[in-house]
Design a protein around this ligand. Structure first.
Ligand SMILES: *[C@@H]1O[C@H](CO)[C@@H](O)[C@H](O)[C@H]1NC(C)=O
Ligand SMILES: *[C@@H]1O[C@H](CO)[C@@H](O)[C@H](O)[C@H]1NC(C)=O
Ligand SMILES: *[C@@H]1O[C@H](CO)[C@@H](O)[C@H](O)[C@H]1NC(C)=O
Ligand SMILES: *[C@@H]1O[C@H](CO)[C@@H](O)[C@H](O)[C@H]1NC(C)=O
Ligand SMILES: *[C@@H]1O[C@H](CO)[C@@H](O)[C@H](O)[C@H]1NC(C)=O
Ligand SMILES: *[C@@H]1O[C@H](CO)[C@@H](O)[C@H](O)[C@H]1NC(C)=O
Length: 420
């Protein structure tokens, strides 16, 4: 059965009140940094993808399909979809509690009736049977943090119409897991590596940490590199964990930190750590002689409003944003730009190395879906009278299942099927 991995629904550790204040300052400084970053960028000729006003959908009589090279499947809008969702919590038994929003009592269902439509082309709905058939004997891995776990659950649910997964491995915390789809001899692994690089994390079961994370920017996390050669396809991503307080190591010595007052260390900022880690990741993809197809999934924006996750932020919208209505937070722009820059750098640097690296650029479609998060419904009936005394924690980062995150897999399938 599905065992819920403990309270790491949130990528950040729960903090006591004192450190909450620290976090507030941290966020403010992150925001300020974001602002200066943006000013810096707008002055140069670089374009901020998120602040572009999206092209208005052109009137076209004929919609080519996405094999048309000119169609960017990541640029588009959400349109009403009376057909609704491809699976339910009854047909899929792999939805973990914190994402099972309807079971947990979420009252509105309008968020289930939307479909992503790229400008200028259509993408077919996810076809599990077709996908599994073309993936016979193949091995996939999704590598990263709890958002990747969210993504994997969606994938397994979308496959469930064709075949149910059998779990063949899990680690002690159910963070790294592996499933087999026996009649297709297809394996799907989830590898827990929230930083992608080596990290010593001192968190207890409740996600409370009593010491700073030690992050080794020059060493990749062996949890995924050890099995790298086993995989034919990889979806990899990171991001949110880099916002945490951490000490940075490079070349076996401490080189600085992110938010460590009183430690007499250089504040390098999480951008430094994220940039270095991505560069390390892309170097690995280029250098290892095994060449799986690798998708880097871009930063996923949260939709906390009127506060952050630790300060009473909520997300109670029930419809998507209109195109251009919401441009994201500064931290979104900052992290996304690091990803795009490092990705382009790697593509240029390694064009000769036969790397098979693509972006799974889910950012824009995710940004438009403030209505797709569990909010308070990450727990069972959060507003029951008995529990009223306790504050209700909202999750405006992960996604309800079914929900908008299923579209990530529609796009992933499209990329994969068009590249066979
Ligand atoms: C997509 O378009 C290509 C050529 O433009 C065509 O060969 C192919 O059959 C189309 N696929 C679908 C699913 O319509
Ligand atoms: C599925 O969701 C419905 C609400 O639509 C809920 O009543 C039911 O308990 C859920 N079932 C499971 C198995 O999660
Ligand atoms: C899958 O592997 C089996 C056993 O090695 C082989 O007989 C079969 O042809 C393979 N199928 C595909 C589609 O590669
Ligand atoms: C399943 O796939 C693996 C990896 O490609 C292959 O070695 C194995 O022979 C396959 N098993 C069967 C029963 O087809
Ligand atoms: C801080 O570090 C610098 C260089 O490592 C050292 O010279 C200085 O004495 C340190 N200051 C304190 C207060 O420890
Ligand atoms: C949504 O939350 C805000 C506070 O964050 C509140 O003012 C508003 O009334 C809520 N809307 C609904 C429909 O619950």
């Amino acid at each position: 059965m599905v065992k819920e991995a403990r309270s790491d629904w949130d990528p950040w550790p729960k903090l006591n009140t004192k450190s909450n204040q620290i976090w507030l300052k941290l966020f403010v400084s992150a925001l300020l940094m974001g602002v200066s970053f943006r000013l810096l960028f707008l002055r140069s000729s670089a374009v901020l993808p998120v602040s572009e006003s999206p092209a208005s959908p052109k009137k076209i009589d004929y919609l080519p399909n996405a094999t048309d090279e000119k169609c960017d499947i990541f640029a588009g809008r959400w349109i009403p979809n009376p057909l609704g969702v491809p699976y339910t919590n009854r047909t899929c038994h792999f939805i973990e509690e914190p994402q099972n929003c309807l079971k947990n009592g979420r009252p509105d269902t309008g968020y289930l009736y939307w479909r992503w439509e790229p400008y200028g082309c259509t993408i077919p709905p996810f076809d599990g049977e077709r996908f599994l058939n073309s993936m016979r004997n193949k091995s996939w891995a999704l590598i990263g943090d709890s958002i990747l776990r969210n993504h994997v659950q969606s994938l397994i649910c979308l496959f469930s119409k064709a075949e149910d997964a059998i779990e063949v491995y899990h680690d002690k915390d159910y963070k790294s897991r592996k499933w087999l789809f026996p009649s297709h001899n297809f394996t799907l692994s989830l590898v827990w590596a929230p930083f992608l690089v080596k990290a010593e994390i001192f968190e207890n079961d409740d996600g409370q940490s009593d010491s700073e994370i030690q992050l080794h920017l020059d060493t990749l996390d062996h949890k995924w590199t050890d099995n790298y050669r086993d995989f034919d396809y990889i979806v990899i991503s990171a991001g949110q964990w880099f916002l945490k307080t951490a000490i940075y190591w490079d070349g076996h010595k401490v080189v600085g930190c992110h938010y460590c007052p009183g430690k007499n260390l250089t504040e390098l900022g999480f951008e430094h750590a994220y940039r270095k880690s991505l560069s390390k990741l892309f170097d690995h993809i280029a250098e290892v002689d095994h060449k799986p197809m690798v998708f880097y999934r871009t930063w996923t924006p949260d939709h906390f409003e009127n506060g952050e996750w630790f300060s009473g932020g909520t997300c109670n919208r029930s419809v998507p944003y209109n195109v251009g209505e919401y441009g994201g937070k500064d931290v979104d722009h900052l992290m996304r730009n690091i990803e795009l820059q490092e990705f382009q750098k790697a593509k240029a640097k390694f064009s000769e190395h036969g790397i098979r690296l693509k972006l799974l650029d889910t950012y824009s479609l995710s940004l438009q879906r403030p209505d797709g998060h569990p909010g308070p419904y990450r727990t069972f009936h959060p507003f029951d009278r008995k529990k009223k005394s306790a504050a209700v924690q909202n999750d405006c980062l992960h996604w309800c299942l079914p929900g908008p995150i299923d579209a990530w897999n529609d796009l992933l399938m499209e990329l994969v099927m068009n590249d066979l």
